[in-house]
Design a protein around this ligand. Structure first.
Ligand code: IMP
Ligand code: MG
Length: 369
């Protein structure tokens, strides 16, 4: 994913796919022009990369020139008129092939036809690397099309978003969902996950998805997924990852306009982490960070024993049970630490201190994402 100005873009068409499309256009055009020496006319600014890469693939002799699209103030000073300028060469009797980076509404193409109306060229043909059929509103024939794409904004390979992105060797598509902050919150029992999740939720307007709560909700409300999960649990079997993922998907969809999510209690395994990545990907989003609260074992034991005195939770009352839970946590989460470290998304946070201090440490990480 890349960010240009305020917008996020995701990889869409690789340099290799572009190369292949240009190669195909070059051989088709070369075949059609026969013995003629064509004049390729690029429309600046966007087409500089298309023209450069295209002519390198063109197997025969050719001429290359450029014209430029420039904005003028129209008769009514509120309207902007786009005019092509710079056609100085005499093209009488020549085979002219326009090389466009992209044809969208077709307005630029109308202007091309307007300025060529009085040129006595032999033939005028239009070639474009990208074409958005859903956006095209004109009747002019397009003779060569590299790649048809949906009507979504793209950048790269000459195409810009407000001046940026032209240099990119591949093409990126605008993300439907703009930036979300999605966190996986981790920590051994007693680390203060629940407390911190409450603060982060408020501060960043995130939705806290605790897998435990999601399960209880689905089972209590007897949703189809809840009943399915229960059927496994009743047999004493583990609920398959896909069922859990489907429940999380439903939660994510319910909160489609959230600024992001805090996942708590999931993933627990490598396979689940992968499934979560796929889920986020299908939403045009991603996990931005796994944040683990780090607290020394002795402090955890102390905290939990103290909690046990007031909460009455039997698993909080016995130091050796607590130690086992902590050990199990580290055994299980070591793999996930590796998984997210490999993606450069693991952040360990010192979980000892005042609640406010720890929130401050977590915020510093989130703000820098
Ligand atoms: P048209 O005149 O609407 O066909 O659009 C052609 C011009 O609009 C191109 O030369 C680009 O400058 C710009 N354009 C259209 N779609 C895109 C896009 O998805 N990304 C970047 N520029 C675009
Ligand atoms: Mg253009």
């Amino acid at each position: 994913m890349i960010k240009l100005h305020d917008k996020y873009f995701k990889p869409f068409i690789s340099a290799q796919q572009i190369d292949q499309a240009l190669g195909q256009m070059a051989s088709e055009i070369a075949r059609d022009v026969g013995d003629e020496i064509p004049v390729f006319v690029g429309i600046l600014n966007g087409s500089f990369m298309v023209v450069s890469d295209f002519v390198k693939k063109y197997p025969k002799q050719c001429e290359v020139t450029f014209i430029k699209l420039a904005s003028y103030e129209g008769v009514k000073s509120t309207e902007d008129i786009e005019r092509l300028i710079g056609l100085t060469q005499d093209l009488t009797g020549r085979t002219v092939i326009i090389l466009e980076d992209i044809i969208d509404s077709g307005n630029t193409l109308a202007e091309v036809h307007r300025i060529f109306k009085n040129e006595k060229v032999k033939t005028l043909k239009i070639a474009t690397l990208f074409y958005k059929p859903e956006a095209y509103k004109k009747d002019f024939k397009l003779h060569y099309i590299g790649i048809e794409i949906p009507n979504k904004f793209i950048v790269g390979f000459g195409l810009d978003y407000d001046g940026l992105g032209r240099h990119l060797p591949e093409v990126y598509q605008i993300k439907e969902t703009q930036h979300m902050t999605n966190l996986v919150l981790f920590g051994p029992p007693g680390a203060g996950k629940g407390t911190q999740a409450e603060f982060l939720k408020e501060k960043y307007n995130l939705v806290h998805i605790s897998t435990g709560d999601v399960f209880r909700y689905n089972i209590k409300n007897e949703t189809a997924l809840g009943m399915l999960a229960k059927s496994y649990m009743d047999k004493g079997a583990l609920v398959p990852d896909q069922v859990t993922i489907d429940m999380l998907n439903a939660e994510v969809e319910k909160n489609a306009d959230a600024n992001g999510f805090i996942f708590d209690g999931f993933p627990r395994t490598n396979a689940q982490a992968k499934a979560l990545d796929e889920l986020m990907d299908s939403k045009d989003s991603q996990i931005n960070a796994m944040i683990a609260l780090e607290v020394d074992d002795e402090i955890l034991v102390e905290r939990l024993l103290k909690r046990g005195k007031t909460s009455g939770r039997p698993d909080d009352a016995d130091a050796s049970i607590i130690r086992n839970r902590i050990t199990e946590y580290y055994n299980k989460t070591a793999i996930l630490k590796d998984y997210y470290t490999a993606q450069d998304k693991y952040y360990g946070v010192d979980g000892v201190g005042s609640i406010k201090d720890i929130t401050g440490r977590l915020s510093a990480i989130i703000d820098a994402l």
